[in-house]
Design a protein around this ligand. Sequence first.
Ligand SMILES: *Cc1c(COP(=O)(O)O)cnc(C)c1O
Length: 340
Amino acid sequence: MTQGILARYRDRLPVGAKTPIITLGEGATPLVQADALARRAGLPKGSLYLKLEGSNPTGSFKDRGMTLAISKALESGARGVLCASTGNTAASAAAYAARAGLRCVVFLPKGGVAMGKLVQSLMYGAEVVEVRGNFDEALALAMSTARREGFTVVNSSNPFRIEGQKTGAFEIVEQLGAAPEYQFMPVGNAGNITAYWKGYREAGPGRPRMMGFQAAGAAPLVLGRPVLKPKTVATAIRIGNPVSREGALRARDESRGLIGKVSDAQIINAYRLLARLEGVFCEPSSAAGVAGLLKIRHEGYPIRGRAVCILTGHGLKDPDTPLQFAYKRKIVAPGGKLRL
Ligand SMILES: *Cc1c(COP(=O)(O)O)cnc(C)c1O
């Protein structure tokens, strides 16, 4: 049977003898070498890798944290779980809660969730509440509802989410044989960059520079203040007031990394390059780290050693964005002669 991260990293996670293990076999995601993309970034062969977190059971890295958060909620006798989400946290919570037999209520910003993610929450049987507002407003409503109703919050403010997500760093160290010199990733609520930095600190002596990227229209950590009306095509990082702000700044400073911003055009460019050059279809938000790498290389930023880009979610989550681009397609009648 496929083991999930709770079984594989039990000794490094807050899992006790009485903790029920709610798993879908998350983790153990591929780390693939990306030489064509490396060439684009002016980097040598064998120096750039992609961590395909879209290969997790519900299609995003959120499953790493959710297997633990839901297991612990069940252990503590929770009445139900609840979250606010731009889509992936909700899809993941809904799936694991279904397995645990727990009620799951998800608060989604109306119109701000990619189609694939919305249908996942519906299929897994979550109680879906659409909030006429943005993510930050949905989160405030979720938190006050949870307090009043006695539900467990499974947003990344839940420390078990961070604990579970740190296992991504353990895997990269195992897959490369050591920590890389750089890690590039998108930053939204900043739970993931916080979790990876914790994971690397626990994994051993080698530590990458943590290179986080926000979308230019939703870059509170770059601006140093919350953004009231965050705007970007990358809905998973359309967040104006990150919950794990302190953790992200700590990761940046302690690792001597950076948190930068990339435009929507740069995100979309990286998103399309990943698919065409590497055969890797991720969602737009996931491409923000790669966009950041290409941007800073273009500006002459030196990279020495190996770099890993975390591709946080699967491209099929968001089937609408690709349909906005033009493609060449042939339409033929059967029986005709087709010249290629
Ligand atoms: C949640 C999410 C992010 C952002 O992660 P944070 O922990 O909020 O910084 C990025 N990409 C995808 C696909 C996500 O689902």
